[in-house]
Ligand binder design. Structure first.
Ligand SMILES: Cc1cc2nc3c(=O)[nH]c(=O)nc-3n(C[C@H](O)[C@H](O)[C@H](O)COP(=O)(O)O)c2cc1C
Length: 177
């Protein structure tokens, strides 16, 4: 199964991106073929609606989404919503990229949980005709610490992420075209 992860932070050491790397590792252990598209490393121009926006990063992100069986979208919680860079990236996508594909929403928040950004993300997924994974992942506050090996330091967070990623992988397998 092919999984594309979009890391939606524009910050170098973003905890949401560290979480994406950990999720990628767990999915690879389940024999998934994972692509992590990091919007910090591969920034996109602002969407302007012109058909000639053919920047290489736009083309690559769209291609990775087209070939995916399942998608993970990760965002930092900014003012109770998703990051600007992730919203901008999603504006370059449409039904072709998401229709019928199970999509897992993930967030990192300064507060205890980032439910508000997750709800907004799931609204966007529904409008893109993706299938929202009923489980989602939010890390917040002290849960945002990672070991040098890239694992969440908190054992309960590791357990929760592992369980959710397993649930997501099963759903992708069941809905895959
Ligand atoms: C512009 C801005 C807005 C933020 N708004 C919220 C917020 O509404 N709720 C919250 O819990 N944390 C908020 N935070 C804190 C971030 O969610 C927190 O630092 C998060 O871990 C950032 O994710 P990252 O490590 O992936 O960059 C905000 C941070 C910034 C820079």
């Amino acid at each position: 199964m092919k999984i594309t992860i979009i890391a939606g932070s524009n910050r170098k050491d973003a905890t949401s991106t560290q979480l994406c790397r950990y999720i990628a590792r767990l999915l690879e252990e389940k024999q998934c073929q994972v692509t992590l598209f990091d919007l910090y490393e591969k920034p996109l121009p602002f969407y302007n609606g012109d058909l000639d926006q053919t920047d290489a990063n736009i083309v690559e992100m769209r291609q990775r989404l087209l070939e995916a069986d399942g998608i993970v979208l990760a965002t930092p919680e900014y003012h109770g919503s998703v990051s600007g860079v992730l919203k901008n990236a999603l504006d370059f996508t449409g039904f072709d990229h998401f229709d019928g594909k199970v999509t897992l929403s993930v967030s990192s928040a300064g507060g205890a949980v980032g439910v508000s950004s997750l709800q907004h993300l799931q609204t966007m997924v529904r409008n893109l005709h993706g299938i929202n994974c009923p489980e989602w992942i939010s890390i917040g506050g002290a849960q945002r610490s990672f070991t040098p090996e890239g694992e969440p330091e908190d054992a309960k967070t590791r357990e929760r992420v592992l369980k959710t990623v397993g649930y997501f992988a099963q759903m992708v397998s069941a809905f895959r075209k």
